[in-house]
Design a binder for this molecule. Structure first.
Ligand code: SF4
Ligand code: SF4
Length: 168
């Protein structure tokens, strides 16, 4: 949209005869493809692709992988079921059921804590909103595979088990 909401008129460039014939353009495309092929064959060590899954690409420390729930020293979840993460989540994919904690110093704990990984957009807002550093996305796990929809809804026990690989 242009200034003052008036639609902008775009003048289309007329194609030349050789562009319309496509022959030259196809040859140009084949030349570029061939140039990459030869370069990759001569410099295999510099190829941008990796031989996955034998090789895995290194991601930066800020990469947001699958979530994990942090534990207290006694192994219980650090989460106090404040619902900050589920409130801020734009995908509405965190479901928490809070319970009264037996320790009077801790008000609540999550009786259940589930994340629907198929709805999650990996924005990291849950991690940022948490006042207890109870949820993190620093596992680096990006291979998240399963053959049924239900397996992508991960529960509290799964999220507390930080050693799991990408298999759900
Ligand atoms: S990463 Fe974003 S979308 Fe995923 S659970 Fe956290 S807040 Fe929700
Ligand atoms: S924001 Fe943190 S403490 Fe609050 S419910 Fe979520 S994970 Fe638990």
């Amino acid at each position: 949209m242009s200034y003052k909401g008036l639609p902008e008129v775009v003048t289309r460039r007329r194609r030349s005869f050789w562009e319309s014939a496509y022959f030259v353009e196809i040859c140009k495309g084949l030349f570029v493809t061939g140039r990459h092929l030869v370069r990759n064959l001569l410099h295999t060590g510099e190829m941008p692709t990796v031989q996955y899954p034998e090789k895995r690409r290194e991601y930066g420390p800020r990469f947001r992988g699958r979530h994990r729930l942090m534990k207290r020293a006694d192994g219980s979840p650090r989460c106090v079921a404040c619902m900050m993460c589920s409130t801020v989540c734009p995908a509405d994919c965190i479901t928490i059921v809070a319970g009264e904690h037996p320790d009077p110093a801790i008000e609540k704990f999550p009786k259940t804590f589930t994340i629907d990984l198929l709805r999650c957009v990996y924005c990291g807002l849950c991690e940022e909103a948490c006042p207890c550093d109870a949820i993190r996305m620093d596992t680096g796990i990006y291979e998240i595979a399963a053959d049924n929809r239900e397996s992508f809804v991960v529960d509290k026990e799964f999220l507390l088990d930080n050693d799991k690989d990408g298999t759900l």
